[in-house]
Design a protein around this ligand. Structure first.
Ligand SMILES: [Fe+2]
Ligand SMILES: [Fe+2]
Length: 211
């Protein structure tokens, strides 16, 4: 019930964006994620959050819609299926990519969506790097990275409200805090840490110190 109320509020926020484009990709993702309704709503919520942030940071809203809706296109596949699709779609995985299995769905989704929808390179990179980030991200990459973390249906971390606040005022600081929280979570759950996750944190932390 609580969840539905939030979803309604999210949809009723006044935002100005390309509805036709949204509807096109909404139909696609609804079909792909039909067995995981929570993931579907998360994808829609990331797209809407990204469009809101685009208003603040002057990013391309169409790219935000496409990258936001499609970023978890491959998230619901099993690891085995992901790995065989990586072979099929010629996604080259390094040893550390394989070890950081939470990142693979982003690498694969970028390639699959490129083939299926001919997404542009900016959208491709935003999807590719949405899990671990990278130093010197484009504004679209930053927005998708942060939106994935703060979208209003997310409830998974204590300090997410702080990241939400920062996202709308200083997106680089939001990246620092979300990367710190992501790393902490990976360490607490004994998961492998991709070097890009650490590099992202170091880069944006350093940027904060320089400023
Ligand atoms: Fe993801
Ligand atoms: Fe996501």
């Amino acid at each position: 019930m609580e969840n539905n109320k939030e979803k309604n509020n999210m949809c009723h926020n006044k935002i100005n964006f390309n509805l036709q484009l949204f509807q096109k990709y909404n139909e696609e993702i609804k079909n792909v994620l039909k067995d995981d309704i929570e993931r579907y709503w998360h994808s829609v919520s990331v797209a809407i959050t990204a469009v809101n942030l685009a208003d603040i940071y002057g990013a391309d809203k169409d790219n935000c819609i496409v990258a936001g809706i499609l970023h978890d296109y491959c998230k619901c596949l099993s690891l085995d299926d992901m790995l065989s699709m990586c072979e099929k779609y010629n996604v080259i995985l390094t040893e550390e990519d394989r070890n950081a299995d939470g990142c693979i769905h982003g690498f694969l989704a970028a390639k699959v969506c490129k083939e299926k929808y001919d997404i542009n390179n900016e959208v491709y990179n935003a999807i590719y790097y949405h899990t671990c980030g990278r130093p010197n991200m484009t504004i679209l990459e930053k927005i998708i990275y942060v939106s994935d973390f703060i979208e209003p249906l997310r409830r998974f971390r204590d300090r997410v409200e702080e990241v939400r606040r920062l996202a709308y005022t200083n997106i680089d600081k939001a990246i620092v805090l979300s990367s710190e929280m992501g790393l902490e979570h990976l360490k607490n759950t004994n998961k492998f840490i991709h070097s890009n996750t650490q590099k992202t944190l170091d880069y944006y932390k350093n940027l904060m110190e320089v400023k």
